[in-house]
Design a protein. Structure first.
Length: 299
C-alpha cells in the first residue's frame, strides 16, 4: 500500500483530493494517524468499485501533488536567514497572503478541520518564533495550489524592496545612527506596526523598522507622491542626524585602555541589547560613577 505523509495536514490534503473526485469522507480525530485514514480511504474507494491498483495510484498521485505544493527549504531560505524578511512576511501572512481555497464542507465538530487560527500579533519579537509561525501557515495553506508560487513571488517582492528601497542602510553603521533614532522617527511619522511587538536587540529593532516601512510603502501609502515626500524628508532628517553624530565624534577624545575579557563581553552584550556603541556605554558608566562619587561628597 502507498505510504502517505505522517501529519494531519497531509491527511487534509488527501481529503481535499477526494472531494475533487466526488467523495465526501472527512477525516475524524483518530485519522490524524495517516495510515488509519489511508486505509479507510482505500477501503472506501474499493467499495465504490475502484480496483485496488487505481486506489493505490490515486493515493500516490496525491502524495506527489502534496510534495509539489510544499515549498522546498531552499525556497524558504530568504526569510529563514533574515529576521527583517521574516517580520515583513509575517505581516503579509497574517493578512491572508497564504489563504486557503474556500472549502464547502462543514467544520463543526471535527477537530482536524476546525480550529482558531493564531495571530502573529501575539508572537514574541523573536526571529525563530516568526519562522515557525510562517512555516505552520504554509503547511496549512497547501490546499491552495498557488501557495508555493505565492512564497516564491513574496521572495521576489522582498528582493525588490531590499534592493531598491533600502533607505535604512546607514542605520547601525559607522555613521552613528542608532536603531532607537530610527524607531523614534518612524513612530513620529505614524509608520510603525503598532499591533506587533518590537524586540530589544539591534536585529529585532531593525527588523521591526524594515517591516513597518516596507508594509507602509506597499500597502498604506496613498500615492507615489506620498512615498517620494516621505523618502525626501527621511533623507533630510538622516543627513541632519549624521551631522550631529559627526560633530559629537569630532569633540571626542581617543581613550586607549585595556579591559578584562569579561568586561569586554559585558560591554558588547549591552551594546547589542540597547543598540548603542561601546563608547556610549563607557561614557554612561563613567558619568554614573561620577554622580555617585559626588553624591557621597555632598552628604
Amino acid at each position: 500500500m502507498v505510504k502517505f505523509y505522517d501529519d494531519k495536514n497531509a491527511v487534509l490534503f488527501l481529503y481535499y483530493a477526494l472531494k475533487h473526485n466526488g467523495f465526501d469522507w472527512p477525516p475524524e480525530a483518530g485519522d490524524a494517524n495517516t495510515e488509519n485514514y489511508e486505509r479507510k480511504v482505500r477501503r472506501l474507494l474499493i467499495e465504490n468499485k475502484w480496483v485496488e491498483r487505481d486506489a493505490d495510484v490515486f493515493i500516490n498521485n496525491v502524495q506527489v501533488a502534496y510534495k509539489k505544493s510544499m515549498p522546498s527549504e531552499e525556497e524558504l531560505r530568504w526569510f529563514l536567514d533574515d529576521p527583517r524578511a521574516s517580520y515583513w512576511f509575517l505581516y503579509k501572512v497574517d493578512n491572508q497572503y497564504l489563504s486557503t481555497i474556500e472549502q464547502s464542507f462543514s467544520l463543526e465538530g471535527n477537530s482536524l478541520l476546525n480550529g482558531i487560527e493564531p495571530s502573529g500579533k501575539n508572537l514574541p519579537p523573536v526571529h525563530s518564533a516568526r519562522v515557525e509561525f510562517i512555516k505552520d501557515k504554509i503547511r496549512k495553506s497547501l490546499f491552495n495550489t498557488s501557495t508555493r508560487d505565492n512564497v516564491i513571488n513574496a521572495h521576489r517582492e522582498w528582493n525588490d524592496l531590499i534592493t531598491r528601497q533600502n533607505i535604512f542602510s546607514d542605520v547601525n553603521s559607522k555613521s552613528g545612527i542608532t536603531p532607537d533614532w530610527l524607531l523614534t522617527y518612524l513612530n513620529e511619522n505614524n509608520m510603525l506596526l503598532r499591533e506587533y511587538m518590537c524586540g530589544d536587540s539591534i536585529d529585532e529593532k531593525l527588523s521591526y523598522c524594515y517591516a513597518s516601512y516596507f508594509i507602509w510603502y506597499t500597502w498604506f501609502a496613498r500615492s507615489d507622491a506620498e512615498k517620494e515626500l516621505f523618502i525626501k524628508k527621511f533623507k533630510s532628517a538622516l543627513s541632519t542626524q549624521k551631522s550631529r553624530e559627526k560633530k559629537k565624534q569630532g569633540k571626542n577624545k581617543v581613550l586607549n585602555v585595556s579591559v578584562s575579557e569579561e568586561t569586554h563581553d559585558k560591554i558588547r552584550h549591552i551594546a547589542e541589547i540597547e543598540g548603542i556603541s561601546n563608547a556610549r556605554i563607557i561614557e554612561y558608566a563613567v558619568n554614573l560613577a561620577w554622580q555617585q562619587k559626588n553624591s557621597k561628597h555632598l552628604k
